[in-house]
Write a protein that binds this ligand. Structure first.
Ligand code: CP
Length: 320
């Protein structure tokens, strides 16, 4: 496998596995490629032929509402055939390995795998296997692996920020909440630093921060009010209870009191600050309904932009 498994020998996108290690020009190219797709959607042109004749397999070994559905919509808008493997009724439930499943789907002429898996690294494993079995025309998109990465979420968040704020190099951005267990947070932080955001703040209790998080290029705050002061963008995260072991928090109520985004805490940010959340939201735990449904929230536009960004990623993969 090449040194950067995400790139082909010409420096084009081969797989999308993580934003970490992705050159800035590729990140910008994805955002730029997504722009006309958003406009196409607004003009209600439903289908483009860019993936005509291609088969996209959605392999979701974990639950999803937004990611799976928007990948399906995006692939269909590009005229691909989309197959959603029902993991609970597939032969993985009988003990078939992930790579045997992949080999069988490749034998069915799969062109692209969109993979969500509880194990960090599962999409890398598939990409390596495709390389080893000489399948250069089959691509992998990571749709979230363990607590490692969720690159298309990070990209659609960047698209949303650019849509509302234009210039990354003038921004202060806060990422707030359960950073320790969040693949979204890692992808967001790598994307923000790659795009030249001068100040990325990580706001969380000590128990929900990875050790040496500063090495990612963030400034750490344990006091949410202090951390939100003067920011342009607030990126909220869900408490990932399903990945927590042991008691990391006193209670959801206590967490909401100190790290829940309420209108009074948001008032410390710039008056035109925007609020993002990748979903699913836990109202009353990390975000108050008054903020989630308020005028500064761009949470539903994020979902819509996700279609255009996923169209961009898939068309760039298919066309090198
Ligand atoms: N943001 C996100 O990944 O949502 P889903 O789990 O619904 O796909």
């Amino acid at each position: 496998m090449a040194r950067n498994p995400q790139l082909n020998s010409h420096g084009g996108l081969r797989h999308l596995l993580s934003i970490e290690g992705l050159p800035r020009e590729i990140v910008v190219a994805i955002l730029d490629t997504a722009e006309p797709f958003t406009e196409v959607a607004e003009r209600e042109v439903k289908k483009l032929p860019l993936l005509r004749g291609k088969s996209v397999f959605n392999l979701f070994f974990e639950n999803s509402t937004r990611t799976r559905t928007t990948f399906e919509i995006a692939a269909k808008r590009l005229s691909a055939d989309v197959i959603n493997l029902n993991v609970s009724t597939s032969s993985t439930a009988k003990g078939e390995t992930l790579l045997d499943t992949v080999d069988n789907l490749v034998a069915m002429q799969a062109d692209m795998f969109v993979v969500r898996h509880a194990s960090s690294g599962a999409p890398y494993l598939i990409a390596q296997h495709l390389e080893a079995t000489r399948r250069p025309n089959v691509h992998v998109v990571n749709a979230g692996d363990g607590r490692h990465a969720h690159p298309t979420q990070g990209l659609l968040d960047m698209y949303t920020i650019r849509h509302y704020k234009r210039d990354f190099t003038q921004l202060t951005v806060a990422v707030v909440g359960d950073i320790l267990h969040s693949r979204v947070a890692r992808s967001q932080i790598h994307a923000l630093t790659t795009l030249g955001v001068p100040e990325v703040r990580a706001i969380a209790p000590k128990t929900l921060l990875p050790s040496e998080v500063e090495r990612l290029g963030v400034r750490v705050f344990h006091d949410m009010r202090e951390g939100l002061r003067g920011v342009d963008v607030v990126m909220m995260l869900r408490l990932q209870n399903e990945r927590m072991t042991g008691s990391l928090l006193p209670s959801p109520q206590e967490y909401f009191k100190f790290f829940g985004l309420t209108e009074d805490k948001l008032a410390l940010a710039k008056p035109d600050a925007i609020v993002l959340h990748p979903g699913p939201m836990n109202r009353g735990v990390e975000i108050d309904s008054a903020v989630a449904d308020g005028g500064q929230a761009v949470i539903l536009p994020q979902v819509t932009f996700g279609i255009a960004v996923r169209m961009a990623v898939m068309s760039m993969l298919a066309h090198g």
